[in-house]
Write a protein that binds this ligand. Structure first.
Ligand SMILES: Cc1ncc(COP(=O)(O)O)c(C=O)c1O
Length: 411
C-alpha cells in the first residue's frame, strides 16, 4: 500500500465501529496525522535502522542522577509534590526557569513564565487562544509537523514564507506582512525540525525589526538551542523584540520527553488566556515532575549532564555527514547543521521519497518523506528528514549506505 493510501483516523474509526462519523466535530477534518504515525510504526520494526523518528537517545537521559534528584525534590517540597497546583506552574520551577532563561536573553520574572505539559501544549494553547477559522498564520518552508497538527484543528490558513538554507528570508516576511493580516508567524530559529538549519544573527535582527514594524506576534519555538555541537549561541528573537515574541522552550531534549515539561514566556494578555486554555485541558502539569525538573536545574545537575548529551550527539551528526559525503553522487544535497537532531536531504527532482519508502523499509532503513513538513500540497516530494540522535555511528553509516544505494538505483 502506498503511504498516501493509508487511511486517516476518520476513515478507520468509521470503518471499524458502529459510531457514525457524523458524530465528529467539523474540526476533525483537519486532524489527519495517521500517515506519519504509520511511517514511524513501520520504522520501529525490529532490524530496521530508523533515521525516521525524532527521539532523544535513551542513553542521553540522566538516569543515574535521578534517585538523588527525586530525593532532593521530596525533601525540599514534601507532600506538595503530590497535590494539585496552580495552572501557571509549580512556583519553584517557574522561578528556576526564569533564571535559566536569562542566559538566553529572555529576561522574565517568574510570574511571566508558564509551565506547560511539553512545548506541544504551548503550541496547542496558542492555537486555541489566537486562531479563529480562516486566520492567516505564516510558517517557514518546511516547518514542524507537530505545529501543523496543533494549529490545524483551529482551522487557520497557512502562508508559506520563502526560506533557504539560512531559514526564512526576511524580505519574504516583509512582503507577506505588507500584503496580509497575519495572526502570527511561527519560527524555529535553532537547528530547525525538520531541516536542521539555523537562522543567522543578521536575519534574526531583520526578522525582529519586521515583526515590530508590523506589530505582529512571532512564536519562537526553541527546543534544540542547548544541543549545539559547534559554533556559538545566537541571540533569541525574544531578546530582540520582547513585546512581539512568544518564547516556547522544553526540557524534552535535555532531561526527558516523557516527563512532559515545557515552558513559555508570552505578552501578558496572551499569557492570561493561555493559562485559561491550559486550565481546561489538564488543570496543570504534573506537580511531581515539575518539582523534579526544578531540582534538576537549580541544583546544577543539568549543567553537569548537558556536556555528555552534546558529546553523544556530536559524533553521530559527524557520522551522518561523512556517510552522505561518501555515498551520494552529484544531484543530492543536504543541510550541515551545527546542532539539533535532524538533517534535511534533497534529491534530484525526479526522486519521490514517499514512493521509495516501502522499498527502503524492506531494505531495513527508514526516514520521514519530506512532503509531510510542507503546508502546500505537491511540494517537497524529493526531500526527506533524517534523524541522527537516536542511532549509533555504525548504524548511521550502514543506514545511509543502504539508503544511498536505493536512491541511486531509483534514479
Ligand atoms: C520544533 C518542535 N517544537 C515542539 C516540539 C514538542 O516538544 P515537547 O516534547 O516539549 O512537547 C518538538 C518535538 O520534537 C519540536 O521538534
Amino acid at each position: 500500500m502506498a503511504l498516501s493510501e493509508i487511511e486517516t483516523g476518520r476513515h478507520r474509526r468509521a470503518n471499524r465501529s458502529s459510531v457514525s462519523p457524523d458524530i465528529l466535530a467539523t474540526r476533525t477534518k483537519r486532524m489527519s496525522a495517521s500517515a506519519i504515525r504509520e511511517i514511524l510504526k513501520v520504522a520501529s520494526q525490529p532490524g530496521v535502522i530508523s533515521l525516521a523518528g525524532g527521539l532523544p537517545a535513551p542513553e542521553s537521559f540522566p538516569v543515574k542522577f535521578m534517585p538523588e534528584v527525586f530525593a532532593g525534590a521530596l525533601e525540599k517540597y514534601g507532600s506538595s509534590v503530590f497535590q494539585y497546583g496552580p495552572t501557571e506552574g509549580f512556583p519553584p520551577l517557574r522561578e528556576t526557569i526564569a533564571t535559566y532563561l536569562s542566559d538566553r536573553g529572555v529576561i522574565a520574572t517568574s510570574d511571566q513564565v508558564i509551565i506547560t505539559t511539553g512545548s506541544q501544549q504551548t503550541l496547542d494553547a496558542i492555537g486555541k487562544v489566537l486562531i479563529s477559522p480562516g486566520d492567516k498564520i505564516a510558517v517557514e518552508t518546511p516547518t514542524y509537523l507537530g505545529a501543523i497538527s496543533a494549529f490545524n484543528p483551529y482551522e487557520p490558513c497557512y502562508i508559506a514564507l520563502e526560506s533557504d538554507d539560512d531559514g526564512v528570508i526576511p524580505e519574504s516576511l516583509e512582503e507577506v506582512l505588507s500584503e496580509h493580516t497575519v495572526k502570527f508567524v511561527y519560527l524555529i530559529p535553532n537547528f530547525q525540525n525538520p531541516s536542521g538549519r539555523t537562522i543567522p544573527s543578521e536575519r534574526r535582527t531583520a526578522i525582529a525589526a519586521t515583526a515590530m514594524k508590523h506589530n505582529v506576534i512571532v512564536i519562537e519555538d526553541d527546543p534544540y538551542r542547548s544541543l549545539r555541537y559547534e559554533g556559538y549561541h545566537l541571540p533569541t528573537l525574544w531578546s530582540l523584540a520582547p513585546d512581539n515574541v512568544i518564547y516556547a522552550g522544553t526540557l524534552s531534549k535535555v532531561l526527558s520527553p516523557g516527563m512532559r515539561i515545557g515552558f513559555c514566556v508570552a505578552p501578558s494578555l496572551i499569557r492570561q488566556w493561555m493559562v485559561l486554555a491550559k486550565q481546561g485541558i489538564d488543570l496543570h502539569t504534573s506537580s511531581l515532575d515539575q518539582a523534579v525538573a526544578s531540582e534538576y536545574i537549580s541544583e546544577g545537575y543539568l549543567k553537569r549532564h548537558l556536556p555528555s548529551i552534546v558529546d553523544l550527539y556530536r559524533p553521530r551528526l559527524k557520522a551522518m555527514l561523512t556517510a552522505l559525503e561518501n555515498n551520494l553522487p552529484e544531484g543530492f544535497s543536504w543541510s550541515r547543521p551545527e546542532g539539533g537532531m535532524f538533517l534535511w536531504l534533497t534529491g534530484p527532482d525526479e526522486l519521490d521519497t514517499e514512493k521509495l519508502y516501502p522499498e527502503a523499509v524492506k531494505n531495513k532503513v527508514a526516514y520521514v518523506p519530506g512532503r509531510y513538513f510542507f503546508t502546500c500540497p505537491g511540494v517537497g516530494n524529493n526531500t526527506m528528514r533524517l534523524n541522527f540522535s537516536n542511532v549509533d555511528e555504525e548504524s548511521i553509516a550502514r543506514g545511509i549506505e543502504l539508503l544511498a544505494s536505493l536512491m541511486v538505483e531509483e534514479r
